[in-house]
Write a protein of this length. Structure first.
Length: 538
């Protein structure tokens, strides 16, 4: 709708339209909100109201940030800061100080969100810290400041999770929960925070295995979004519930939810969520053996993530697409995709040993499938598959040794390391290597040695958690996501440690010594305790 200057009697009308633009943006009608904001620029210029122009740029910046139009965010930030810089050089009064304080905060929100979206998490944290520390001043800005701080924390936490940095997001999520746990006052801003925060935290819970906690957050967010007629937000809660259903093995529910979510997500053209829908469409197709459909659907997901420039997501979708190649028997194509995925991981500045362990395990699965399909060359391929899968499985399973809580160890073993250990056993069995199979059984039965706890790093009380891929270098940090309640001192035998060398027979080599050495050299995981060996023969 084109508006002329004659449509405005005074600044009150402009402010009403600014409020309407905010409502449109919260309803995910960013196109209409953007058009309305741009139409307000001429009358605001005529009225010589820089404060209202700053509000236009602040709202436009948030719209561009949500729509990943990052050049627009940069332009809005520049306009805001140039204006504030000019006013800071003039004699100030209460009105000017009020405007500078308000829009400095709005600029810090955009700065934090922009940096987080680009994976510059340290810069995002600095902007967030400046925003949170800017307290006091004008009482009428207190509620807006609280909203900005919580929204910035959500943006930063979601971006960390997108980069597999779930552990680092934990303090932010705790602060977000403190802010949104109550029912709120029913205002537009309070509801928006509870919807966006509930969706983001629900996704965090799904990705870290806390499915029971994810469901109520997502349902509450969905109910609030539905009450506001925020159709995209409702669809996003359905998508996250679909991922939870998939993780729980409920394919029918996952299929129903992702199909219900897709129309609104596609209509609003949110590329990241569109890609995630296509990912699950592809996984559902794989589950019923429709490999051509699966490849096409996963290809759509890859295309959208390439357009967004998301290397880590492209890495993951390449691995998913390589499974389609494996099931088709096209092992050369699968190997090419896995190689491309490794190149992306090599170029990712925050890659972790866990991501490489999973990548090696996947390559081992490819070699194992190739060996099963071609028995004439099976021996060599099984050897190479074992060299990849067994050290990776041992390294991932070693995280259990850092978890003081018995339930946490069980959850890690069940939800993270079990599949990789199963693959290690399978390759030894299919290889026909009974000696290796016996060593794996012996090693797995021994499980670990109890050691005295180190209370310098105490686990957090994040109950009911069973984490997925949480890449950190210090194994103690896994307890922040994977542990239950913190363990208090219950005596000297309260924590598992790495196994010492194991010897099954007097003249034999220590159990799995070569594979344990490979795990240490490849992933930096210490799997062998520096103490006397255990003899396991009778």
């Amino acid at each position: 709708m084109q508006l002329t200057c004659a449509s405005y009697d005074d600044a009150v009308t402009i402010e009403q339209d600014l409020e309407r633009a905010r409502h449109l943006a919260f309803a995910a009608d960013e196109g209409a909100a953007k058009d309305l904001l741009l139409s307000l620029m001429p009358p605001i210029t005529d009225a010589d109201r820089d404060d209202l122009m700053l509000e236009v740029f602040a709202q436009l910046g948030e719209i561009y940030l949500v729509r990943t139009a990052y050049d627009g965010v940069t332009e809005c930030l520049t306009r805001i800061r140039d204006c504030l810089r000019r006013y800071a050089q003039l004699p100030t009064d209460a009105g000017i100080e009020h405007m500078i304080r308000r829009y400095t905060r709005r600029a810090l929100l955009l700065q934090a969100g922009f940096a987080a979206a680009h994976g510059e998490h340290e810069s995002a944290a600095e902007a967030l810290q400046l925003l949170a520390a800017d307290t006091g001043g004008f009482a009428d800005l207190a509620a807006e400041h609280a909203y900005l701080v919580t929204y910035a924390r959500i943006l930063c936490a979601v971006a960390l999770c997108d980069d597999d940095l779930h552990v680092q997001s934990l303090p932010l999520w705790q602060e977000v929960l403190d802010a949104i746990a109550g029912p709120g006052d029913g205002s537009l801003f309070a509801d928006a925070l509870r919807v966006v925060g509930g969706i983001g935290y629900g996704r965090f819970c799904v990705e870290t295995g806390r499915l029971g906690e994810a469901e109520p957050w997502l349902r509450r967010a969905g109910a609030r979004a539905t009450a506001r007629d925020w159709h995209l937000a409702t669809a996003r809660t359905q998508l996250e519930r679909a991922t939870a259903a998939w993780a729980a093995g409920d394919r029918r529910t996952a299929q129903d939810l992702v199909h219900a979510a897709y129309p609104a997500i596609a209509e609003h053209a949110r590329a990241h969520d569109v890609s995630r829908c296509w990912l699950y469409f592809g996984l559902l197709a794989i589950s019923v053996g429709a490999y051509d459909d699966a490849d096409e659907r996963l290809g759509h997901a890859e295309r959208h993530w390439r357009e967004l420039g998301r290397p880590l997501h492209i890495h993951r979708i390449l691995l998913q697409r390589s499974w389609v190649d494996i099931f088709r028997g096209d092992f050369a194509a699968a190997a090419e995709r896995v190689g491309a995925a490794r190149d992306l991981l090599d170029g990712w500045p925050r890659h972790s040993w866990l991501q490489y362990a999973r990548l090696d395990d996947h390559m081992g699965s490819l070699l194992r499938a190739e060996a099963l399909a071609d028995p004439t060359a099976a021996g060599d391929r099984f050897t190479r598959a074992a060299d990849l899968k067994i050290p990776a499985a041992l390294a991932v399973d070693s995280v259990r040794y850092a978890l003081a809580d018995a339930d946490a160890r069980m959850r890690w073993a069940t939800h993270v390391s079990a599949r990789m250990l199963a693959g290690a056993f399978a390759v030894a069995w299919e290889w026909g290597n009974s000696d290796l199979l016996g060593e794996l059984i012996e090693y797995h039965c021994a499980r670990g040695t109890f050691v005295a706890p180190d209370f310098a790093a105490v686990t957090a009380a994040w109950a009911d958690t069973a984490t997925a891929a949480v890449p950190v270098d210090d194994a103690d940090e896994y307890a922040l996501v994977a542990s239950g309640a913190a363990v208090v001192d219950a005596g000297p035998l309260t924590r598992l440690g790495a196994l010492p060398p194991l010897r099954m027979e007097p003249g034999g080599e220590p159990v799995l010594s070569r594979y344990r050495d490979l795990a240490r050299s490849r992933y930096g995981r210490e799997l062998t305790a520096a103490e006397g060996e255990w003899s396991t023969w009778p």
